[in-house]
Design a protein around this ligand. Structure first.
Ligand code: BDP
Length: 689
């Protein structure tokens, strides 16, 4: 998909859907008497509560305050506490006592987040009936950085459209080759993000083209306007910059990071940014990857490259986010020993300890590229002296492009809780717990100017879930979905809400596994269409190309041998126990068997079925499940126009129909392909064409 109607810039921006902050969710809170104590972002809380009856701090039913603004429990009329609790840095506490709630933030940003937590808990209590008990609950972000990256271009790219891998209309930041004059949509977006816990946004594509590169220089007043729109919601602005900027912007004839003139160039550029945006977050860089300039051109390492930018940002407390997505995209497909999965580790692990303290290395969750199922990247555990951030993809490039329902929170939960170094989870490692350095979590956003923000209205839940899991990775995916439902449909009456809850869970809870089922199970990866920009099946689409993503299917078997014993040696990059677990076919989990091993079609999985039968069954079973999905959605048709807005329903139906069409295409092509390759009939007797 390139420049279809879904990626083109609409001429006018429709009124956006309220997503998870509809009036009804706020009104449930505004009926209480309120007192707001403090300055800064407490003004945002005041705006949210406008219309609510004012109370005194000692009597109001809801008090939102910065910790420093109140001294004793008595100031707040609390009788059960002898001292006020101290929220953790960036965190808040909620104190409930006799029908009153006090939201106490460590600072103004945290108080705002605590306020949205109260809105959420109020909505969830109504959905589940679980009313929070009196007492104190504390919350603080698990991750120091909770960031969304926008792959938005200012100038519409001839192949990628305005948003690279964007499936939700045009950019909310840019239109007609400029930063939008009206940034109200950006403010609304920031408000939605504030309610999830996201605290940083990079506003332009990591593939920095000429027009976007100039945001760093003559575009700064416009960047400052965007920062102004994000700031009231506690969100800091980052820019993607080109490593080649000193040359690209016409000032120098080299971007060699060890050249003093280049060091000076970056120092001046950073200082100019902070002159206009005091709380600017920093730079995000994709270097030496897929055609982007980088330090290799000068014979320098990625540490040399990152550090020169990091030193420019350091005096201003800025952060340099450097991506580890580096590989050779001109690989020789005939050489089975080259392995794109190895590349990031090979480049970066030896550099551990050589990055400046304000560098965060952003590592994709898998060693390949945001596939529906991959092993977790070993780079995440390989660099204890480096701040590492996990990178996820909320935009559904490889998971149905927001035409398919694919609730990604279950997948992210698996990744976040995976004990990569044998002890600590991925979430703990990137948070810097247990000896490492604090990094964070970032993701590519799925938002655009579409009236539902995300193309598929149900894809809003992915954006919501990303922010919530970045704040608290231990949340259960189903509970996060409950939160999203409770807030999004806060206007529904109790009976309708209960029905919607049941239907949305049946449509969404298993949607990622279902999508995996009809596309690329067993860790086989890719098999997507290059010509349709990764939408739909093309089993050999990348098989004989330079991009390094192969499945090696032949008449006898399928999968990539990444073992040390006989393959590319990639398993050797894992710490124990994973090295042994993945190296051996005996212990390699079924869902990753083709990621690590080349096996005969007759290989029997732990599940008891053969690989070829799994290839056949998974596709057919998943398509049959989609019948149930459509029926479930149909069962709430009587709510359309009431609890379910008609436009929301129409969009979901249109997408479900396309999902079904596409899933059948996947099923039929994959089943036929592997039948013709292997000659093994489908034991279930289902038709193969
Ligand atoms: C790939 C996308 C490409 C991005 C690249 C990246 O297909 O558009 O530029 O990732 O992460 O998945 O830089």
């Amino acid at each position: 998909m390139t420049t279809s109607s879904l990626t083109s810039t609409p001429t006018s921006t429709p009124t956006p859907h309220a997503a998870w902050l509809p009036d009804a969710a706020l009104d449930a809170v505004r009926t209480r008497s309120v007192a707001v104590l403090g300055h800064g972002l407490l003004d945002t809380v005041r705006a949210e509560l406008s219309g609510a009856p004012e109370g005194t701090s000692a009597r109001a039913e809801l008090v939102v305050a910065v910790r420093d603004a109140v001294a004793t429990p008595a100031d707040l009329g609390l009788t059960t506490l002898t001292a006020l609790p101290d929220p953790a840095p960036h965190g808040y506490v909620l104190v409930r006592e006799a029908g009153r709630t006090l939201v106490l933030g460590h600072d103004d940003v945290a108080a705002l987040r605590g306020f949205y937590a109260f809105v959420r808990e109020t909505a969830v209590a109504r959905l589940t009936g679980a009313v929070p008990a009196d007492g104190v609950t504390a919350s603080a972000p698990h991750q120091p950085l909770r960031m969304l990256d926008h792959w938005d271009n200012i100038a519409v790219h001839p192949v990628m459209g305005q948003i690279e891998r964007g499936y939700s209309g045009g950019s909310i930041f840019y239109a007609d080759g400029e930063v939008r004059a009206d940034l109200s949509r950006v403010s609304e977006y920031a408000r939605l993000l504030a309610a999830t816990g996201v605290d940083a946004v990079a506003i332009n594509n990591v593939n920095v083209h000429a027009r976007e590169a100039r945001l760093l220089t003559d575009g700064l007043p416009d960047v400052a306007r965007i920062a102004d729109a994000l700031r009231p919601y506690g969100i800091r602005t980052y820019l993607s910059v080109s490593f080649g900027s000193p040359v690209l912007l016409g000032d120098l004839d080299t971007s060699d990071p060890l050249e003093p003139a280049v060091e000076q160039w970056w120092a001046t550029a950073a200082a100019r940014v902070y002159d206009v945006i005091e709380d600017f977050g920093g730079f995000l860089v994709k270097a030496d990857s897929e055609g982007q300039p980088g330090p290799f051109a000068y014979g320098r390492t990625h540490a040399d490259g990152a550090n020169v930018l990091a030193r420019a940002l350091a005096p201003h407390d800025g952060t340099l986010i450097w991506r580890a997505f580096v590989y050779n995209h001109h690989q020789d497909w005939r050489d089975r020993r080259t392995d794109r999965a190895r590349a990031s580790f090979d480049h970066f692990a030896p550099l551990d300890g050589s990055f400046e303290p304000n560098v965060v290395l952003q590592v994709k969750h898998g060693p390949l590229d945001f596939q529906v199922r991959e092993a977790v990247s070993p780079v995440i555990a390989a660099m204890p002296r480096t701040r590492v951030a996990l990178e996820l993809q909320v935009t559904q490039e490889y998971t149905g492009q927001q035409k398919h329902v694919c609730y990604l929170a279950p997948w992210w939960s698996e990744i976040l809780s995976f004990p990569l170094d044998g002890e600590r989870s991925v979430a703990q490692i990137v948070a810097g717990e247990g000896g490492g350095r604090p990094g964070g979590i970032s993701a590519v956003s799925n938002v655009g100017s579409d009236e539902f923000w995300t193309g598929h209205p149900l894809a809003q839940a992915n954006l919501y879930a990303f922010g919530r899991l970045a704040w608290d990775p231990t949340l259960r995916a189903q509970d996060v979905l409950d939160e999203w439902i409770a807030l999004t449909f806060a206007g529904a009456d109790d009976a309708d809400l209960t029905r919607l809850r049941a239907v949305l869970h049946s449509v969404m809870d298993e949607s990622w596994r279902r999508y995996e089922g009809y596309t690329a199970p067993l860790g086989v990866c890719f098999m997507v269409s290059p010509t349709r920009q990764h939408y739909g099946p093309d089993v050999d689409g990348y098989e004989y190309s330079a991009w390094g993503t192969y499945h090696f299917a032949d008449r006898d078997g399928v999968g990539v041998d990444r073992t040390r014993a006989t393959g590319t040696g990639f398993t050797g990059q894992y710490p124990q126990p994973w090295h042994d677990v993945y190296e051996s076919l005996e212990t390699c989990p079924d869902e990753l068997v083709l990621f690590f091993h080349h096996v005969p079609y007759t290989h029997v999985l732990h599940s008891g079925t053969t690989v070829i039968q799994h290839i056949y069954d998974s596709r057919s079973d998943a398509v049959e499940e989609l019948d149930g999905v459509e029926e479930a959605w149909e069962s709430v048709a009587d709510l359309v126009g009431g609890a379910l807005p008609a436009s929301f329903d129409a969009r979901v139906r249109e997408r479900l129909a396309e999902q079904r069409r596409s899933a059948i295409e996947w099923r039929d092509q994959i089943r036929t392909y592997f039948f013709r390759k292997s000659g093994v009939p489908d034991a279930s007797g289902r038709t193969i064409y």
